[in-house]
Design a protein around this ligand. Structure first.
Ligand SMILES: N[C@@H](CCC(=O)N[C@@H](CS)C(=O)NCC(=O)O)C(=O)O
Length: 202
């Protein structure tokens, strides 16, 4: 089994998830600068030319960071990072989707529509990037209001994949000059809690 990965939020999500589980895998580093994600050989692994990609020993290919995390959850159930019971699993799903749609989607659009790296991938609309950039602090403010109830993690008392998704969004925002507003104390407390876990350095 090996993980093709490299720079970027999707690979980081899987690596943090693995660190939380104590899972170690052989890694193949994919270098965007060299275009290694768009070679004919790599496109056979992932037709979208994206990382991460998990290749199982029998040759099965799993793409999509959440799908890879779900596979690792099944094969390494402890500690549960997708929830431990019916309500827990629903809450983690809810918050992981909210983190993806509200945070990753918005911050990702800024990157996609403003960074030269993506210029051949889509038609870029700089004005759209700008409106999305202006929306980002409002997304964090929404999360701050949610966390005002004092829960330690997005889905409740337990750390989950949803925290990984949202915290990686904080990192991505920083890369593109969109720090979490200093006034949002609840989000900052949560962010520090996540970043102080050893898995963050993965
Ligand atoms: N939904 C996918 C997104 C994968 C993705 O966009 N990966 C980025 C790096 S974070 C990538 O490979 N980008 C290169 C490209 O799209 O050309 C996932 O969660 O795995």
């Amino acid at each position: 089994m090996k993980l093709y990965q490299g720079m970027g939020p999707s690979s980081y999500r899987v690596r943090i998830f693995m660190a939380e589980k104590g899972v170690e895998l052989p890694m193949v580093e994919i270098d965007f600068a060299k275009g290694e994600h768009k070679t004919p050989e790599f496109l056979k692994l992932n037709s979208l030319g994206q990382i991460p990609v998990l290749e199982l020993d029998d040759g099965t290919i799993i793409t999509e960071s959440v799908a890879i995390c779900r596979y690792l959850e099944e094969t390494h159930p402890e500690p549960p990072l997708f929830g431990a019971d019916a309500v827990g699993r629903a809450k983690v799903e809810m918050w992981n989707r909210r983190a993806e749609f509200e945070l990753l989607g918005t911050i990702g659009n800024v990157a996609l529509h403003s960074d030269a790296f993506f210029k051949d991938r889509l038609v870029q609309f700089p004005a759209f990037a700008e409106t999305e950039r202006q929306a980002v602090p409002k997304k964090w403010a929404w999360l701050d209001r949610e966390l005002a109830d004092g829960r330690p993690y997005l889905a409740g008392d337990d750390f989950s994949v949803a925290d990984i998704t949202a915290a990686v969004c904080g990192w991505l925002g920083e890369v593109f000059g969109m720090e979490i507003p200093a006034s949002l104390e609840n989000v900052h407390r949560w962010n520090e809690r996540v970043r102080s876990r050893p898995s963050w350095n993965a």
